[in-house]
Design a protein. Structure first.
Length: 247
């Protein structure tokens, strides 16, 4: 059974759809992304709920995939790096203020903003149990319990602080010989060092030459931005883990 060869540890809104395309063009595909969760809510959401509950069944989750970017996979970068010791890790980064604006205008706004998408998502949850469970998964990964932003998410400074903590944690956890830090402004003109880091031991490896010199990133809406939820932004102290929200 093929194992993961590349693990994307960058936060959503750091060019993850471009990374997915690039990895697949480089021969590291299929690449798992949040869009795969959206495409199979019934099958994949329970898998990630089990992972959050401590059940590590990575070969089941990533069956048929050679790489992963964005959440949910990036949320578990440390666990995946341990489970697949030969895999390389790519940390995608972006200017903090620009990232915060993009994240707030998409994922945050669709969870907490006064938007049609948010209200439509809440309405769907009333009649679709699969969507309701999906929204709870979003909550768990972003806002409550172990969520990336569970320490605070109402203010821009809180989101940026969480972003920087995540990036620092990845750099501390992953040895330098396994880690590539990629800024979205660099495009995909991979240097020789990057090519060597991402190379894999496989007879079916795609050559690194002949690929587009740049796969442009643009702040288009990602699949993870469809993660609508149903409450006003509040501090976690006022919203304890496991709290039930009015829909």
């Amino acid at each position: 059974m093929p194992e993961l060869t590349v693990i994307g540890a960058g936060l959503p809104r750091t060019g993850t759809l471009s990374q997915k395309l690039a990895f697949e063009k480089l021969g590291f595909g299929p690449c798992y992304h949040w869009v795969d969760v959206i495409a199979d809510l019934e099958g994949r959401v329970p898998q990630w709920d089990r992972a959050l509950d401590g059940e590590e069944h990575w070969d089941e989750i990533f069956d048929g995939f050679q790489s992963t970017v964005d959440w949910p996979g990036g949320f578990f970068y440390a666990e995946l790096a341990s489970a697949y010791p030969n895999a390389k890790v790519v940390l995608s980064v972006r200017d903090a203020e620009r990232w915060e604006q993009s994240f707030r205008e998409t994922i945050w706004n669709m969870c907490f903003g006064e938007t049609l998408v948010r209200y439509a998502s809440a309405a769907r949850a009333q009649i679709d149990p699969r969507w309701e469970r999906y929204l709870h998964l979003v909550d768990r990964m972003f806002w409550i319990e172990r969520g990336t932003f569970a320490s605070g998410y109402a203010e821009p400074a809180q989101l940026i602080a969480a972003m920087k903590r995540h990036e620092q944690a990845v750099k501390q956890a992953i040895p330098s010989d396994r880690l590539l830090v990629w800024d979205v402004t660099e495009g995909w003109g991979l240097s020789a060092t990057s090519s060597k880091l991402l190379s894999r031991r496989s007879r079916s490896r795609m050559p690194m030459t002949g690929i587009p010199s740049r796969i442009a990133w643009s702040p288009r809406r990602s699949a993870s931005s469809a993660a609508g939820t149903r409450r006003e932004p509040i501090q976690p102290a006022a919203d304890p883990p496991g709290a039930t929200r009015t829909r």
